[in-house]
Ligand binder design. Structure first.
Ligand code: ATP
Ligand code: ATP
Ligand code: MG
Ligand code: MG
Ligand code: MG
Ligand code: MG
Ligand code: MG
Length: 258
């Protein structure tokens, strides 16, 4: 490229390469989704279609970006974990965050009508993003555990809150009833007043969604003479709702962070 006298403006750019050999987590969060969820009549506290749409957008990101080895989502947020050795965009934070956010948002819009066939999208959804580096597998797992605990705490509170509101309490009354209550008290309110066993709620509400690659046996073709099925191991992206705090999830899937 020919130099011009304007070239010097490049010097104003700041370097934002993330620390090498650390796990990069890019967490995105829907902008103003309290309003967005009302405008599109999401069911409270958990609209299943809205969660499935978030998952579809996240699958696009995981499938598109080979360096994303794991993603965890709840409510209007998603965390994407990039492998430690990734050199994508020279690990430049602004590039990584902006590509993840825009890919996610465009896929969210592209998939909207699949999950909300009878609801017109009223406005262009946006997602903010941040990047954080975690230096060890154990801290990275603590990060993911933190998000899954948050999912549980919010879900338990919101399930109580919206059932109280549904039973005729005002939002202020419901808030007051739940103020300072322990998990046990909330479970009892759900069970005694609303006949809801918290553990019977769908796993996706209680545990959030995890996306990762898994080797799955697939029938590649059926032999025509003997009719025998030929199976091959194929890597595919799966969406699960497991407990990722437990050790067993990671020992059963050592390839994810390996
Ligand atoms: P900000 O822009 O600061 O993130 P926000 O309004 O998006 O503001 P959050 O703390 O991110 O605030 O909360 C997300 C909001 O979106 C909550 O009000 C939550 O109830 C709602 N929401 C997200 N997903 C769903 C869903 N699947 N079903 C119902 N409501 C949802
Ligand atoms: P990167 O991901 O690194 O940005 P890139 O292929 O997008 O790679 P750019 O330097 O951004 O590289 O170049 C943009 C490309 O898109 C060029 O090849 C340009 O010719 C093409 N392009 C962009 N807008 C138009 C347009 N309106 N008409 C035709 N071509 C376009
Ligand atoms: Mg936010
Ligand atoms: Mg939000
Ligand atoms: Mg949020
Ligand atoms: Mg360009
Ligand atoms: Mg370009």
């Amino acid at each position: 490229m020919a130099n011009s006298k304007y070239e010097y403006v490049k010097d104003f750019e700041v370097e934002d390469n993330l620390m090498p050999h650390t796990w990069i987590v890019i967490r995105i969060d829907g902008r103003g989704f309290t309003k967005f969820s009302q405008a599109h009549r999401f069911q409270k506290p958990n609209d299943m279609d809205a969660l499935l749409l978030m998952n579809a957008a996240a699958v696009t990101v995981v499938e598109d970006m080979a360096d994303v080895v794991f993603a965890y989502g709840v409510s209007d947020e998603y965390s994407f974990v990039l492998r430690k050795t990734s050199t994508l965009y020279q690990r430049r934070a602004s590039k990584l965050i902006s590509v993840v956010c825009s890919l996610f948002a465009s896929s969210y819009v592209m998939n909207w009508s699949k999950f909300f066939p009878n609801t017109t999208l009223q406005c262009a959804p946006a997602f903010d993003g941040r990047a954080v580096c975690y230096p060890s597998e154990s801290i990275l797992r603590d990060y993911l555990s933190w998000r899954q605990v948050d999912c549980h705490i919010n879900n338990q509170y919101n399930t109580c809150f919206w059932n109280l509101v549904g039973s005729g309490k005002s939002t202020a009354e419901a808030q007051n009833i739940l103020k300072g209550t322990t998990a046990d008290v909330k479970n009892n309110i759900l069970f005694d007043t609303f006949n809801i066993n918290y553990n019977d709620l769908p796993q996706i509400f209680r545990k959030g969604s995890s996306i990762y690659r898994k080797k799955v046996e697939r029938v590649v073709k059926v032999e025509d003479v003997s009719g025998r099925e030929i199976k091959r191991l194929k890597s595919c992206v799966v969406v699960e709702h497991e407990d990722i705090i437990r050790e067993s999830f990671w020992t059963n899937n050592p390839h994810i962070l390996g």
